[in-house]
Design a binder for this molecule. Structure first.
Ligand SMILES: [Cu+2]
Length: 164
């Protein structure tokens, strides 16, 4: 999909960069995906208000964060992982009549010049199988990976179950 399209662009651009390094660079820099991940992340995407609602007894915890995209193109959150948890998934809470259930989703879009709220009642990160003892007051790190190649290593504040 997107990746294939990008690699075709690389192929097409190679002869151009051989003709003139300046022109090649100008073209490459147009596509955020060609910049180093940290650079791309710093440019367009930021994570704000990241926190985890901790639950006792090794129950899965829910992570919340607001993602802001200052770029001109929508970017998709495509992968989540953490050194502190064995498994991290992107879930969405959906209402089904009077009941609510969680479904696993592949990705979520951060609109151009907009925000994606991963917040109670909507999306959440499901954090399971803590690798060490985690308690309210701690900070855990979650790696958020995006469709443009950007990565945000985001600290999440661990809060008690009463937090909303
Ligand atoms: Cu969930």
């Amino acid at each position: 999909m997107t990746m294939k399209m990008k690699s075709r662009r690389v192929t097409r651009m190679s002869p151009i960069s051989r003709l003139g390094a300046t022109l090649g660079c100008a073209l490459a820099c147009t596509f955020a995906a060609f910049a180093p991940a940290a650079h791309a992340a710093g440019d367009a995407l930021t994570a704000q208000n990241a926190w985890v609602r901790w639950l006792p007894n090794d129950l899965p915890a829910a992570g919340y964060v607001t993602l802001k995209n200052d770029g001109d193109k929508p970017v998709e959150l495509v992968n989540v992982s953490s050194d502190d948890y064995g498994m991290v998934m992107l879930h969405q809470t959906v209402s089904n009549g009077s009941t609510q259930k969680m479904i696993m989703v592949d990705k979520a879009t951060v609109p151009a010049h907009g925000t994606l709220s991963i917040a109670p009642g909507g999306y959440h990160l499901m954090l399971e199988h803590a690798k060490h003892k985690i308690a309210p007051g701690d900070t855990v790190k979650v790696k958020l990976q995006f469709s443009d190649g950007a990565t945000l290593d985001t600290p999440f504040a661990v809060k008690p179950p009463s937090q909303h």
